[in-house]
Design a protein around this ligand. Sequence first.
Ligand code: ADP
Ligand code: MG
Length: 573
Amino acid sequence: MADIIHLLPDYLANQIAAGEVVQRPASVVKELLENAIDAKATQIQLLVKEAGKQLIQVTDNGVGMSETDARMSFERHATSKIKNTEDLFRIRTMGFRGEALASIAAVAQVELKTKTQNSETGTRLVVEASEVVLQEPVAAPDGTSFVVKNLFYNVPARRNFLKTNAVEMRHILDEFQRVALANPEVAFTLYHNDVEVFNLPAGKLSQRIVSLFGNNYKEQLALCEEDASFVRIRGYIGKPEYAKKTRGEQFFFVNNRFIKSAYLNHALLTAYEGLLPKESFPFYVLFIDIAPEQIDINVHPTKTEIKFEDEKAVYAVVRAAVRQSLGLHNIAPSLDFEQDVNFAPLQPIRTMPETNSFERAEARPAAGFNGSRSKPGNTQNWEMLYEPVRQERQVVSSRASSLPDSVEFGDQPETLLQNATQKTNTKTLQVHQKYLMVQVKSGVMLVDQQAAQERILYEKYSMALQKKNATSQQLLFPQTIQFSPMDYVLVQELAEEFTALGFQFSDFGANTIIVNGIPADVPNSNEKELFEGLIEQFKQNRTDMKLEMKENLARAMAKRVAARLTGRLNDVE
Ligand code: ADP
Ligand code: MG
């Protein structure tokens, strides 16, 4: 039998290897940004078009490459960062495997321009599908610029696998944000489709946090520092009262590399214990410095997991650091979690049992109630009646201080309802401006007014989003709203849907929009709050429920608008 084993051609071997390193445009962004950091750049510009599908360009003012190095850099296992085994265990740079450029060049069209400080001219190199198509001298500033075009142009299966621009752009922003946080002493700019998204001056970590997340973070941050012999923690944590309903803004960096760790996150949360409102997530950006020997470097660099030699010790130090920080800043437990953005379970109607199940044996039984006093009541059903009330209370107690502590039925509800409805001549009674009691054949229905409103609005907004037929009311005084860069990208992403709902707004530059109109039937006070709440709700729904965009927006809108409507109703309502 003839020999059948042969070596794979380079382009194919590289394409296969690329599968691991380059999953999407954001992977390219990450590798190029990290290379620029490793090259000691102090200014880095990222430019993307069509969420990186069409173009990704990273320009830095770092050390640059010689003519030969420029060519070498695209070879697999070509790196300037390690030479021997010892280096491997001392590694401090972001990359070291020498795989990234080879992988990128296997699945895209790449142009490199680079110049070192002590050479007269620079080098320009064009690489396509792992082939150098051109190398020539070129006039260039010190530093390096990579242009990566048409990612996966030669691997259609992978190109088709890419998500919408909105999703791919979010991944890019995530990577950008992580690198920017880890390197506040480096200035960054980011342009998407020629629009400036970020312009981050070099500065301190606190300044970087504020320029990434918004000015209102200034008062939310508490410094967090701890020095143990083998590990050092530094960074900022968010004061508990600013904890958000969305998990997004939590960052651990180990030796300046972003990592995800459920274990360390747990350490942090236990330090916050008792201080956080339910279902909310504190902000944190924490840097853990540890001797490289203490972590497993064989964990793949493109993965965000990490292994510590002594995991428990790191856990303890993180928790101690956060505790200390929370204590130092004299943060008392706060119950004032104003902005509730939970989506209350859609559960508007519950039939009230009218039999003896209503009685609770151990609690004060209503005298003569169905004449069943002596019987041990079916407490389970009885409890069920209070279920929506209790659930609602959990959610709502944070929303309005004017709410009753409990909804109690001292009298038999039916009698109560009869008495009341006789006076008002209706079949419905409003309780505490929160619940509707309705007489039905089988007994009495208790309707959670807000949940019902929400349900109705949800149907309406779903329809509007499908048919794009909502009407608007013009604002007398158009309002400008400034967003954090991340949220601004989201607003742009959702622009078409917002319009379908009846919002009218236009771009005002600098992450700002100007709102001219809102949906016709929304009470028009504080449009800014409505819009911001909507975005916050949308983000929360996205993380919690992984909802499809329109479904999410319809729910978010219903929730926010219903929150504005509750209160006294007239008969027609
Ligand atoms: P690694 O970063 O793991 O070494 P890469 O494929 O990312 O592998 O890069 C290969 C080499 O190319 C790097 O080791 C570095 O010497 C050089 N290089 C890449 N990007 C830059 C840059 N922006 N500036 C200077 N040198 C760079
Ligand atoms: Mg690299």
